[in-house]
Design a protein around this ligand. Structure first.
Ligand SMILES: [Zn+2]
Length: 253
């Protein structure tokens, strides 16, 4: 069962690597809800998370996440040194929230680049908070680490992440395909253009064709007249020659 779970996690991480460029060393943002559950179940996050990922994982938190836990402890009187002490184990990554803000807004300002083709750092999220997890699912491209009872796991990609991945693969496939399509279109266009030229040349041809038709009309209609004309011409030529000869004789005599 453990082997199958690890395989599923590797499959999920491979998905994020292929489609969103998220690879080891992973950057994981954790909040107070995760640390609280880990504390309740005696789970050492710093040990268990790299084992699950089977890679180097750099675990971070933010001052917004810390202040949220501090606020909850002050509000509900939870003794210090519990989830807050776990949270303080991890480096605090800077955020641009002067007043400790909402953890969802804080974390999303970090993982919003996950779906973009950018050199900026991409983040995984570790939380038990339903609202934050749902936001990460809808943002897409965010690996989500949770504790199901005592079992660490990485959620399978959300439907939105899958749809984004499909769009990206299509977008990547289009250039190669479009090249072939464009080449095919150019060939067709070239054939059409050459065909047009031939047609145009043929269109210029109707003049001789029409002439031929006229000849066909004239030839069958008056073959005898042509013969007569030719004979007349010959006679004329013959007559003229005879006349010339007779005039020469006359002149000589
Ligand atoms: Zn913040």
């Amino acid at each position: 069962m453990k082997g199958k779970r690890l395989k599923n996690v590797q499959k999920t991480l491979l998905f994020y690597k292929l489609h969103f460029g998220i690879d080891a060393p992973y950057r994981l943002l954790v909040d107070g809800t995760l640390c609280n559950t880990a504390y309740s179940n005696h789970i050492n996050l710093a040990e268990q998370i790299p084992k699950l990922f089977q890679a180097h994982v750099r675990i971070f938190t933010t001052k917004c996440a810390i202040s949220e836990v501090e606020g909850l402890q002050a509000r509900f009187g939870v003794s210090r040194g519990t989830s807050l002490s776990i949270l303080h184990q991890f480096p605090v990554i800077p955020c641009h929230h002067p007043l400790a803000g909402n953890v969802k807004d804080c974390f999303s300002s970090k993982y919003k680049y996950n779906t973009q083709d950018t050199d900026k750092n991409k983040f995984c999220v570790g939380t038990q908070d339903q609202e934050l997890r749902e936001h990460a699912r809808k943002s897409g491209g965010v690996p989500i680490f949770t504790l199901k009872s005592r079992v660490p796991c990485v959620e399978p990609p959300s439907d939105y992440s899958k749809s984004l991945a499909e769009k990206q693969t299509v977008a990547k496939a289009v250039p190669e395909h479009s090249k072939k399509v464009i080449a095919g279109i150019k060939k067709d266009q070239g054939a059409e253009e050459s065909g047009e030229i031939v047609k145009k040349r043929k269109r210029k041809g109707p003049n001789p064709l029409s002439q031929l038709k006229k000849k066909r009309k004239t030839l069958p209609s008056s073959p005898k007249t042509d013969g007569k004309k030719a004979r007349k011409r010959k006679r004329h030529h013959g007559d003229s020659k005879q006349e010339d000869i007779s005039t020469l004789i006359k002149n000589l005599t």
